[in-house]
Each structure stands twice: as C-alpha cells, then as structure tokens.
Design a protein around this ligand. Structure first.
Ligand SMILES: Nc1ncnc2c1ncn2[C@@H]1O[C@H](COP(=O)(O)OP(=O)(O)O)[C@@H](O)[C@H]1O
Ligand SMILES: [Mg+2]
Length: 353
C-alpha cells in the first residue's frame, strides 16, 4: 500500500440482523489502484460487507468514506463510483453493444457517445469490434464475462467490486479469467475489491488479501506474508496444505531439535506452522528432525507429495520428483526442516476449531 490517503476507508463498520451480528465493527483502508481480495469461508460476512459498500444495505453502525466523502449516508444510485460485477445480470436476448451501453443509456448518454464508449470497451476487453452486434446468447462463457466487465466499466467507476464472479465456472475458464482480470486491473489502474472463498484465486490476482472470519478481519497482508506468517491456525489452514506441530515449553513431542532450535524456541508454547515444501526427506542436517514411515505418495506433476506417519502425527511433505524417496509405502524416512521454515503462532491449534 502507498502512503497516499486511501480511496476507500471503512471505519468501525457493524451490521446486525435482528440479534445476529454479521460484521463486528471492522476497519479497512484500501489504497488507490489496489487489487484487494477479501477471502473467507461461506457465511463469514463477505457479501454483507460488499452490500454495505455499494449501498444495497445500510450499516447498523460505523462509516464508509470514499476519499473525503462519507458515502454510507448516500443512496446507492448516487454512488456512481461503485459498481458490482455480476455476469449473470446480462440481458441474453440483446446484443453485446446494448448490454454494455445499458448503464450509459440509463444516465441519458447520447447514442453516438454510447457506441463510441462501447467500442472502446470492446478493445479494452480484447473482444473483436464486430461483437457489438452479436447477441449475448451467441457468446461463450468467457466472452459473456468480458461483456459483463465491459458493462461494469462503462461508467468509468473508481472502484470495481466483485462478489465471487468466477465461482460457477469450470476450472480452465476460471484460470484464464483470473489472469485476464489481473491484466485488466493493471491496464485500467482502477481499484478492485474482489471477494472470493478461494485463496488460490486471491493469491493469483491480488496485491493484498484480507482474511475474513465470522464477521471480522483475521489478517490483512500481502499474499506472501499471509502464506509465510499466518497470524492464526485458521489463516494457515485456509492457505492450503500445512502441517501443525504443537509446541510445549520449547519442545515438540516426537521431534529432535538442534541446539539453535532449542535456544530459539526455549520456554515457548503454541503451534508451529510448517509448509509441506519446507520439509526435506532424509536431510544431512536439520534444526528439527522427525522419523516416520511413508503412508501415501501422490504425483503432482513436477513434485511428489507424501503423507508421512510420524510420532508427531500425520505430516504432508512435498519435494521435487528428483528428491523422491526410493522405496514405497511403509518405507522409513527422516524428515527435517530449517529453523527459518518454522513459523510460531502463540495460539494452540485446538483453540482454532
Ligand atoms: N438479510 C439477512 N438476514 C439475516 N441474516 C443474514 C442476512 N444476510 C446475511 N445474513 C447472515 O450473515 C452471515 C454472513 O452472510 P454473508 O455476508 O452472505 O456471508 P458470505 O458472503 O461470506 O458467505 C451469515 O450467517 C448469513 O446467514
Ligand atoms: Mg457471499
């Protein structure tokens, strides 16, 4: 994030439905031109937040600022800077051009200016200009998404909001559109706020990720930091495959620690987070060492993933194929990692359930 004042500021935002609190006084600053992903499991309050931001619902308490203007008190139709991207809301029987021009027509923009803008947006979204006259029904899934994006951009909003736009699409189309969205963000320089329950999607596209849990932000940071230094077992687990080792009084049951590791962890307790790719098989030397047996092996293209039964529980290890262990299921192995690969969370893992 830059030092400049934020384009969007959320201050102590609260939303309650009867006696249920969906958002617990959350704060957030979004920088101009940032791509922020908001990630969280179903029911964590993501859609509720977006609805407040675009004015589809009113907060119970707190404030939303767009630059110097407080916008939570302004009706949705007078917040021209905020658009929600909804692919399913296209008019299927109308043309691509009519769909893109729809918001401009609503606001009384003249026909010639509308068409010029629509053609410009077709260029921006890398759709051929002759799609202007094509019907939505004749477009592929990916083309429909691009048309919907063009329409969302038609009025030149300062912030684009997305609420899980790709979740219903098949894997390959999703992967393509993730990259296109990131590219579109770069080319337009606009601020994107993108909601998803897929952390993988968030990592591919965003500058920062805000992890939501039960109506609060649990961690807001760049993807690398969330991956390397999750603040809680909840965040660590959300980031994909991970191993947790309970640490009690500076010791890990079933593991041997080097003197450097003993010194670094002395007297501490909590949960050690260890990524599968940080564990090595049969290392010469390591700061933390465990022995175990291979319980399962999976080929992941250029890498192998192993499940290892160890005295510290079942662990997941990923190595390059050339570092794969000889011997199959049941083969004895030693696992090791460096001190730098161990990330300590003060919270015991059980508390996260
Ligand atoms: N209009 C509503 N009335 C009552 N509860 C609601 C309403 N909208 C959302 N909720 C509740 O608020 C919580 C968060 O919902 P939502 O923001 O849709 O989550 P997400 O988008 O992260 O899946 C859920 O428990 C949901 O049931
Ligand atoms: Mg939702």
């Amino acid at each position: 994030m830059s030092d400049a004042s934020p384009i969007l500021r959320i201050n102590a935002l609260t939303k309650t439905f009867d006696d249920f609190t969906a958002l617990h006084g959350i704060d957030l600053d979004v920088a101009e031109g940032e791509f922020l992903a908001i990630v969280g499991p179903s029911g964590s309050g993501k859609t509720t937040l977006i609805r407040l931001l675009v004015g589809m619902d009113d907060p119970t308490d707190g404030a939303i600022w767009l630059r110097d203007q407080r916008i939570d008190v302004i009706p949705a139709n007078r917040r021209p800077t905020c658009m929600v991207f909804q692919s399913l809301a296209l008019f299927p029987h109308r043309t691509v051009g009519q769909n893109i021009e729809f918001p401009l027509k609503l606001r009384g923009v003249a026909a010639k200016a509308r068409k010029d803008r629509a053609l410009e947006l077709l260029d921006l979204l890398r759709l051929p200009r002759d799609y202007y006259a094509k019907r939505i029904q004749q477009c592929s899934g990916g083309e429909k998404q691009r048309v919907a994006l063009a329409r969302a951009l038609a009025f030149d909003p300062e912030i684009l909001f997305f609420d899980e736009p790709l979740s219903a699409l098949d894997y390959r189309l999703r992967k393509t559109l993730e990259k296109e969205l990131k590219d579109l963000h770069r080319r337009t320089g606009k601020t994107f706020i993108y909601i998803t329950h897929s952390l993988e999607e968030a990592m591919v596209m965003s500058d920062r990720i805000a992890i939501m849990r039960a109506g609060r932000f649990e961690q807001i940071a760049p993807a690398e930091e969330i991956y390397a230094r999750p603040v809680s077992p909840f965040v660590a687990e959300f980031m994909g495959e991970v191993n947790f080792l309970p640490l009690r009084a500076g010791m890990v049951a079933g593991a041997a620690l080097s003197s450097a590791a003993q010194a670094a962890l002395a007297g501490q307790g909590g949960t050690l987070v260890l990524r599968p790719e940080s564990l090595r098989l049969n290392p010469q030397a390591a700061d933390l060492t465990l022995t175990g047996t291979v319980a399962a092996a999976y080929l992941l293209g250029s890498r192998m993933q192993y499940r290892i039964d160890s005295p510290a529980g079942e662990l997941t290890v990923e190595v390059l194929r050339e570092d794969a262990v000889a011997g199959g299921i049941g083969a004895p192995v030693t696992l090791g990692c460096d001190l730098a690969a161990l990330h300590l969370i003060a919270e015991a893992r059980d508390a996260a359930a």
